[in-house]
Design a protein around this ligand. Structure first.
Ligand code: SF4
Length: 390
């Protein structure tokens, strides 16, 4: 192991080199938020040092001090090339976007300037013709616009730029190492200009600070004016232990009057989520904003309908319909239908004449599925996504 500050790209950061045995993580099911079943972290730890980052959670077993110590998987590109090689794989890859970023480290954190692992991985994706979904808080992604454009034309790219707020003062306090929000907006602008599908993730909004109607409206209005493809939204989790302690320490130093409000909504659950009344409240603010500005609150199906198999496309669309119904306070049985389709042992098209034989598929879902099987789209889905109910 080599430890060094010299090329960390950040004065207070220590880089530790390691050789990884594996890079690609495979999940049991395809995630309908990021349209991915595979993810990779080329760095463990993150110098963006967001106060709310759940990378601090003890269950991830990250060594050192989160935000200061970052591990670099120096052989990531070689390992990944082996893992993706079709002749070496026991099972073929499920067609979907491969997720770069999120988890326990931003792929474009400062170390990437000198180490270039993300760029190497993008080159491999281009070579193998694989679609990529990037999630980042750094304008360093603009360095790789050439590769992103080429992958976008050949296999497909999504770039999701993440924010907790567009307020630069609050961002500097809670996301000290990330690019300022105005620079992230500029990155989105450049992606739009290059015709690369991209959206904003308001993930997470910070309770009682960046979750106000004004903050949410400003972000959604900005996304709409920029004609971004989508805005994703979630509240903040605070898992008991290091993550919660770190966040509440910072909050106590700068906003001591807010601590009690936090204890009122965070009850120390294992997953760290806020109580449902609070979650319902912020989702209603988000719903009002996306309805007003006609912004898709999920990644729209036209951006992945040619990437996924028909079975996965149907499962993801049903799951998104379920979310959209719930967002608009409509009853929904689409969640159960989505799980049933995702769990099928045979491809959905082989069941085309007997969809009702699938557990959880009723007459309404059957109609939606028939349309998806015929045209890879659904008029019901499109109406819900654009918040048109007539
Ligand atoms: S950019 Fe993402 S991974 Fe990095 S500290 Fe912030 S939330 Fe965590």
């Amino acid at each position: 192991m080599i430890r060094s500050r010299a090329d960390s790209g950040h004065p207070a950061m220590t880089l530790t080199e390691t050789k990884a045995r594996t890079v690609l993580r495979t999940y049991r099911t395809l995630d309908s938020w990021f349209i991915s079943r595979y993810a990779m972290n080329l760095y463990r730890g993150c110098a963006h040092n967001c106060a709310y980052c759940d990378g601090r959670y003890e269950g991830y077993y990250l060594p050192g001090i989160f935000g200061e110590d970052v591990t670099v998987k120096i052989n990531a590109a070689d390992v990944l090339r082996r893992e993706l090689d079709p002749s070496r794989r026991r099972t073929p890859l499920t067609p979907c976007y491969l997720m770069l970023g999120g988890g326990v480290g931003d792929s474009y954190q400062p170390a990437e300037r000198t180490r270039g692992l993300t760029r190497q991985v993008l080159e491999i994706m281009l070579e193998y013709g694989l679609p990529v979904h990037l999630l980042t808080k750094s304008v360093l992604a603009a360095r790789d616009m050439d590769l992103l454009s080429r992958i976008s034309r050949s296999a497909g790219v999504l770039v999701t730029v993440s924010f907790s707020t567009l307020d630069s003062g609050l961002s500097a306090l809670f996301e000290p190492g990330a690019s300022p929000p105005e620079e992230r907006i500029d990155l989105l602008d450049r992606l739009k200009t290059a015709s690369i599908p991209c959206g904003m993730a308001l993930m997470p909004v910070i309770p009682f600070l960046t979750d106000t109607p004004a903050h949410i409206e400003t972000a959604v209005r900005t996304a709409a004016h920029m004609r971004l493809d989508y805005v994703l939204f979630s509240g903040m989790t605070l898992k008991p232990g290091r993550q919660m302690e770190h966040f509440l320490n910072l909050l106590g130093r700068h906003f001591p009057g807010k601590i009690e409000e936090y204890y009122a909504i965070y009850h120390g659950t294992r997953r760290g989520e806020a109580c449902s009344a609070y979650s319902d409240h912020i989702h209603s603010l988000f719903r009002d904003a996306v309805t007003r500005y006609r912004m898709p609150p999920r990644i729209p199906a036209h951006l992945f309908s040619r990437v996924l198999t028909l079975t996965d496309l149907a499962a993801v669309m049903l799951d998104q319909i379920h979310y959209l119904c719930r967002l608009h306070n409509r009853p929904s049985s689409f969640g159960a239908a989505a799980r049933a389709v995702a769990g099928l042992r045979e491809p959905l098209p082989t069941l085309a004449g007997r969809l009702r034989s699938i557990n959880g598929i009723g007459p309404v879902t059957e109609k939606v599925l028939c349309e998806i099987l015929e045209s890879r789209t659904s008029s019901y889905y499109r109406r819900l996504l654009s918040a048109r109910f007539s």
